[in-house]
Design a protein around this ligand. Structure first.
Ligand code: PRX
Length: 648
């Protein structure tokens, strides 16, 4: 294990404790090298072995992995286990309950936002609930291939619904429950979902979020957009069903732990359906739908550099093989483990390493609804002690946040159960790494740093570009193959481009340096500068906006926005607050800008392109701006330095 940071720190090597290493799936470097070589030199043999652990209704007919990564040779595609049929839900539940006799094993310890709310769910119970939900969805008209939008907090029903979709062959599109009505609407429209599953609301810490209300607003927006679309389509009387996007019904889950109940939630009996009522009326048995290996499994939206989110599409067999394998090896999964990934299922980390990877391995996990600082700042450590967590996986931003509170909140709890720690989402800085290793891992737990993306569940080594696919790589941008090819494959024909810069050190380790495109990584969440700029310029006072990143002690990076106002508009605190609110409302609280600066003029090239490099330097107060010879009007730089925001 090497530690990120300066050359000095990099040189220091840390080895896992002997005991842990001896019993590991991959006990030493030679064993790793052997596995790695096999996966590269004999991918068919390698993946066939992984697949042999799972149930295939029909075996594959051709090569395990087929692909074209070269745009000059035709369409880009990746196929895994062609000809095979299977079912994800069957493999992660029925197989464990029936073939492996794990019905009594706890699949999830659900821990609510309040420590008083908790529940243990066994594999047997999970299967029963998922079948009920599958029957409910079918009763509501959902069929194979239909898209189902899920806008739920971290409650067991989120897992029931996503697995129910996979059982009946529907495609889930989970929208993180922190997104705004506008963002939810955009995602529902793009993937043309036929139903939406939501809850009345959720407490995040002390704060109540009325999800159902936001969901209602989102659907109202969908309706308006459909109508507008319909009007533009009217001249053509032969257009078929132009309102494909209209959501016919939504399923709502009353949350017991909310102070208000469904009676206080706006309810439209014409289309709203109550979860508890329907779930009680259906059977606990549901035959799985046998799907082709390359049938879609889910769509998940990620930021795009043009501002419009991309619906990343993953397929059944490859996702099963890849997440199960990476979970097993990266976290060295053992049957007595209690594993906890603190991500939200609304992000790809949660899809892969809360739901699919752990369940495929018959793992016992913690499913956590809350936040790290509620009701106190030792909550994570309290939960580790409560469930005797052995493998703990979180983000550098959470570590940086909790480091601030010192040792006291950690030392109150017994963390001796921990064996392996993981981090994900952004580069980890040396201070955070050391604190995690020494204070949380008590110097005995290896820290695994897992790089991957919504597009590419992949852990371990990486290159900035990849020459070959692996089963869990995205298959397309939903409804937009052209965008898929141009975003990832056009830059270097024959290679998949991740969008990240990286370097290789003398020992052959790769160090991720961060994004090289117009994306900003805020607390491990990718945000597109173009999307934030579009929501700023939507405000009547703003003529032009440019957004860049600035380092942030907890979030890693934060948003620094330059706005040029229209004539006669005054830049003041009220406007700044309005602009921040507008971005929150349009995208969601994660995108709230930290800084908004008045920019009477923006640095531009003679051809009119905004010079973002210069803006980034101004945001960071770096005075040495280098070569400005291409700038149309260098005077704007001084003005911008004078208007700099020091504090948020
Ligand atoms: O820039 C890389 C960064 O997060 C991006 C992917 O973001 P997203 O699709 O939202 O998925 C996040 C969950 C994996 C990558 O392009 N990133 C992710 N993990 C790491 C990382 N950067 C450095 N180190 C990591 N471990």
């Amino acid at each position: 294990m090497v530690v990120p940071g300066s050359q000095h720190i990099e040189d220091k090597m840390y080895h896992p404790p002997e005991g842990l290493q001896k019993d590991a799936h991959v006990p030493d470097f030679n064993c790793y090298l052997e596995l790695y070589k096999k996966s590269i030199e004999e991918p068919d043999v390698f993946w066939k072995e992984v697949a042999s652990d799972f149930y295939w209704k029909k075996p594959p007919t051709g090569q395990i992995l087929q692909y074209n990564f070269d745009v000059t040779k035709g369409n880009i595609y990746v196929k895994c286990m062609e000809g095979a049929t299977t079912n994800m839900c069957y493999n992660v539940l029925d197989r464990n309950v029936k073939d492996k006799n794990l019905g009594e094993r706890v699949a999830f310890y659900w821990e609510g936002n309040s420590p008083d709310h908790h529940e243990a769910i066994t594999y047997g119970q999970l299967l029963g609930q998922v079948c009920r939900c599958s029957n409910t969805l079918k009763q509501m008209g959902v069929r194979k291939g239909d898209r189902v939008a899920i806008y739920l907090p971290m409650i067991p029903e989120l897992v029931y619904t996503m697995l129910a979709c996979t059982r009946i062959g529907a495609v889930h599109s989970i929208v993180f429950a922190g997104f705004s009505a506008e963002s939810l609407c955009e995602r529902i429209m793009d993937s043309q979902c036929s139903i939406l599953v939501t809850a009345d609301g959720v407490y995040r810490g002390e704060k109540l979020i009325n999800l159902k209300q936001i969901a209602d607003e989102a659907l109202e927006k969908c309706r308006e957009k459909c109508l507008a679309r319909l009007q533009t389509l009217l001249p053509d009387p032969y257009q078929t069903s132009p309102i494909k996007n209209q959501i016919k019904s939504r399923l709502s889950i009353p949350q017991q732990n909310l102070l208000h109940s469904r009676r206080q939630t706006p309810w439209d009996a014409a289309c709203d359906v109550c979860w508890e009522e329907v779930m009680g009326q259906v059977s606990e048995q549901c035959e799985p739908e046998w799907l082709d290996a390359e049938d879609p499994l889910f769509i998940l939206y990620t930021s795009g550099s043009t501002g419009k989110p991309k619906g990343v599409l993953h397929t059944v067999a490859g996702y099963l093989l890849y997440t199960s394998l990476t979970f097993k090896y990266v976290f060295d999964h053992q049957p007595d483990d209690v594993y906890w990934c603190t991500a939200d299922i609304g992000w790809i980390t949660g899809h892969s390493y809360i739901t699919y990877g752990p369940l495929a391995n018959g793992a016992t996990s913690v499913l956590f609804e809350g936040i790290p600082v509620h009701p106190h700042v030792g909550r994570f450590w309290e939960v580790i002690e409560k469930y005797r967590v052995t493998k703990f996986y979180t983000a550098p931003t959470a570590i940086r946040l909790l480091m601030k509170y010192g040792l006291d909140p950690v030392q109150k709890y017994d963390l001796s159960s921990l064996r392996i720690l993981g981090t994900v989402g952004e580069p980890i800085n040396p201070e955070a790494w050391h604190w995690y290793h020494e204070v949380i891992g008590q110097k005995r737990c290896p820290v695994v740093d897992t790089f991957w993306q919504t597009e590419t569940p992949r852990s371990g080594l990486l290159l900035q570009v990849f020459r070959r696919p692996w089963p869990g790589i995205m298959r397309t941008v939903y409804g937009n193959q052209e965008r898929f090819e141009s975003t990832y494959f056009k830059k270097f024909p024959g290679f998949y481009v991740t969008g990240d810069g990286c370097r290789r050190d003398k020992d052959g380790y790769y160090w991720i340096a961060g994004r090289i495109d117009d994306m900003i990584n805020v607390s491990g969440h990718l945000l597109s500068t173009a999307e934030v700029e579009a929501s700023l310029t939507d405000h009547g006072a703003v003529a032009e906006a440019a957004v860049v990143s600035r380092p942030h002690a907890v979030k890693g990076e934060c948003l620094y926005c330059f706005v040029t106002l229209k004539d006669c508009r005054e830049f003041n605190r009220t406007l700044v607050d309005e602009l921040k609110r507008q971005v929150r409302e349009k995208i969601g609280p994660i995108a709230t800008p930290d800084f908004i600066q008045n920019a009477p003029g923006l640095p531009k090239t003679r051809s009119g392109k905004i010079m973002r490099r210069v803006l980034r330097q101004i945001a960071r107060n770096e005075k040495d701006l280098g070569d400005l010879s291409t700038m149309a009007d260098p005077k704007v730089v001084e003005v911008l330095f004078n208007h700099r925001c020091e504090t948020a």
